[in-house]
Design a protein around this ligand. Sequence first.
Ligand SMILES: Cc1ncc(COP(=O)(O)OP(=O)(O)O)c(N)n1
Ligand code: 3NM
Length: 517
Amino acid sequence: MTRTIDYSLYLVTGRELLPQGKDYFESLEESLQGGVTVVQIREKKAETAEFLDIALKSKAICDRYNVPLIINDRIDIALAIDADGIHVGQTDMPVSMARKLLPQKCIIGVSCNNKEELQKALENGADYVGIGAIYATQTKDLTKPLVGVRGIGPLLQMLDGTSVKAVAIGGINSKNVLRVLHGSVSGTGHSLDGIAVVSAIVALNQPRQAASELSEILSEFKKGPSIFHGMSSAANGHTTDSITSGVVSLMNQIRTLNPLVHQITNSVVTAQSANITISIGASPIMATAVDEMSDLATICGALLVNIGTLTPPACAGMLAAGCHVNTWKKPIVFDPVGVDLLNKWQPSVIKGNAGELAALAGSIEVTSKGVDTVGNGFEDPVGFVTALARRERCIVVLTGKTDYVSDGHTCAVLDNGHEFLGKMTGSGCATGSCIASFCAVASASAQTEGQSLRGVLAKGDMFLASIAGILVFNVAAELAAARDDVKGPGTFFPALIDELTSLTPEVVQEHIKIKIV
Ligand SMILES: Cc1ncc(COP(=O)(O)OP(=O)(O)O)c(N)n1
Ligand SMILES: Cc1nc(C(=O)O)sc1CCOP(=O)(O)O
């Protein structure tokens, strides 16, 4: 009978990567102690006798930990040591032939880089697939395009209804593993069965510690709450009353906390967004240089990435900033869309107008002219944002005359605002600054004592924070537009800044127009 394999933490060996002086067998044993669940012996340069010797000794060690052993490419070695299975690449022994040569109990894994290869692996009866390479790697010369985190989901979806398992491989380490796990879930909810690594364990002096850290992240991810690991508490049943009191609480905290909100935004609105951030009680920093991103991630409360007038340095800054901020488990608000960036880091909130979000979703229902949406928007905006939030595994905010906020389960429909906002450039960007500021407050004030944050992408209720950001901005806009000194869009903006500065939670509570669907 085929052995049941736990693919969670799949170690592929690489003797050439061992730190100087580290013994291979000692490293293997330590990684098993750290929580490796399956091992593949990959020897690209060893002669047969040496490969056999290593495989035999490795098998004895794996047996002691009851961990299955797989052999890379070589069926003869797999047979000789009674391995649990083999792993073949696209140019190795075909799966159907390997199946004939190996005992029935042996599992067969195949490397897949794209849909065609995966389809063939399925037809040929593979037991599992290694999807890669996800990121660039120093361990192997790659000949095919990177799959990227966002390329995994569509491949996993092809495994729906089959018993074929999947691991991701290539450049995965303790810093990016959570992004890989989160970002790869398919639209049908199919997740990876595990991750395969070489250098993230083998190249380290402390393989036990490295394996244990990865193992902990994997198990926390598996048992995490269903809604994006704490980014929304809406599934527990938000009502309009609970949202109102949550918004009041965030507003009460923002001026005391005065969170630093790092914003990489387009050049048209930089000063305006910074002033709006100050007026609501947060503190903006509009840095773009890559070198500053690591330090900024330690001190900022949240990051807003707003792609608009993209320049190569700003783009590099966005890439680096997101990775560092993810590491610190702080919120990222993304406005609106750069798929390459989403391969590298995970936003907590995606915010955009109908045209921008349609482009991200690949929908042709709505198009854009410049930054503006053409037409009336989506026929079913609630269904659209809810589905997109589920797919992107974060809060989605659709802005417009009516604003929609969803965490993939609950959708809040917000009807505050004023037509002058549509006549002011960058009002959407300013909403992003407000959302990011309240995300920073929600994150800083999240109660996480006694909870492991290993599997968590960002602390705090980002659903509530997004609603707070929109409400504060839109209620202030209503108050500004109603003032006697405001004659039109020109006098509106300074009045808006004044109203944001003096806005109280009580006034927001009085004006709030919200429906939960
Ligand atoms: C789990 C897993 N996935 C992919 C590979 C790569 O195998 P292959 O394509 O055969 O390339 P080489 O390992 O031969 O370089 C793997 N080994 N394991
Ligand atoms: C062995 C291997 N196969 C890959 C594939 O894409 O099929 S990537 C890879 C190397 C993975 O090493 P590391 O974890 O050090 O990046």
